[in-house]
Design a protein around this ligand. Sequence first.
Ligand SMILES: [Zn+2]
Ligand SMILES: [Zn+2]
Length: 548
Amino acid sequence: MTPSPPATADRLAVAAALREIGLLLEVKGGNPYRARAYKRGASAVEALAADLTKLVAEDRLTQVPGIGAALAAQIAELHRTGRSSMLERLRAELPPGILDLVRVPNLSVERVAALHRALGIAELEARGQTLLLHEALQMGELLRAWVAASPHALRVDVAGEARRRTETVDQIQLAVAARDAEAVVDHFLALPQVAAVVERGDGRGHVRLAGGVHASVEAVAPSEHVPTLVRLTGSSAHYEKLQARAQAADLVLSERALMTRRGRRAAALADEAALYRRLGLQYVPPELREDEGEVEAAAAGTLPEDLLEESDVRGLVHCHTHYSDGKHSVEEMARGADELGMEYITITDHSPTAHYAGGLSEDRLKQQWEDIDRAQEKVKVRLLRGTESDILADGALDYPDRILEQLDVVVASIHNRYKMGEDEMTRRLVRAMRLPLFKIWGHALGRYVRTRPPIACRVEEVLDAAAASKAAIEISGEPRRLDMEPRWVRKARERGLRFVISTDAHSVRALQNFRYGVAMARRGWVRKGEVLNALGAEAFREAVRPVQ
Ligand SMILES: [Zn+2]
Ligand SMILES: [Zn+2]
């Protein structure tokens, strides 16, 4: 669904203004909750599915989660007049250029105003900010919709790292087939979020957005779109391999065209598959374009054509409720799964050792089973009882066998003692994998994409133990984890291990996380047949039943 131009423009402009108010309030000091409320409001407006004009007209803004009465008044003013008296007042109170300072990493907001006065720094070199995959996909879709609203744009694709689904994204790149390339660039530069234009020319525009994220667009004639999209999608190593293939076939893959040596267009390319075909290759999905053997496999015709897709996932695995540290009830989570059209959901709250996360005692666990039974009567989705059991320091699990036996699913994860040495950690995990009950190794290496390195262990040794025992590997869609990395996923595949794509959802909204898990699985070349939650409910239950 492409929003109509005025509605999108309006929504984004309002969000940009709210974000600026939030930042200026923060710089100014005072009540930090107030500043945060404006930033949250900006995100809410950006993500708004409903029609803003209608919400304002019907006075229903406060029904949107994250928008209270004060914010609603500001939004209504912005929407009706295109101005915000509050924003104008704040801008007048604070020195110009102050927001650029705020966006410099490691410079705390509280210090910015003082620093500005003391040193007289008007502008700092603009440094880009890196996005996590889920942020990049959201931002990419926002920008895509904005550019697609230009009457001069015929087709808009998000390219670059976001399209390859890398864990972090440095720049949102758009490839556009245009009726009038320069007009599309003009439209792009008019985006309300643009803080500075870094570069423009030859159908290209590169900007820094409010918040520090870099974004660029390359608009070309429709006949040039496919080669441009392939180049902008990258990776550069993959692209260079394609250029070498072209050369071997007496062709030239140039920036915007596939040419014969004589400088004539080699073929009309309806889509990327046609370009790959012309180079004698199977189509390579974007997630695989990393020069990790995919070009060679595509040339040999051995690239898997049944890679996992989002629509293959039939059940949501690894979900928390308010029994431990989740936000919603069993029933709310189940209804969320119903709405996503899922066939089953596993409720896996924390075990007792994770006391800081409200880990469940045996009594509480049994109460939850009753709750699950009650919820089951109200929903279509099949509820499965499970746990995310801590792997203790010695490799044992947290509940006794007589409890584990009564569960449908056991996710086994490490939540403490991350800093063990490699030997000890490897022993701990090998022991856990060898336990004689079926377990899913949860967020395997415990990393957080930006903030915590993986645990130290000999991964292949643990995978060997898992493959020889009863275990499957979780591929976490939790966007801060995205664990395990594709290179390890491929090592697990080599050993014939099976996978589950998990959400690690702590709220209804986060049930959507499975999509990022699918992206990570594809990057690890995982095929549909290797994924347990691509099975129906009964077959899945059979496959993961702890006591088999
Ligand atoms: Zn966990
Ligand atoms: Zn969890």
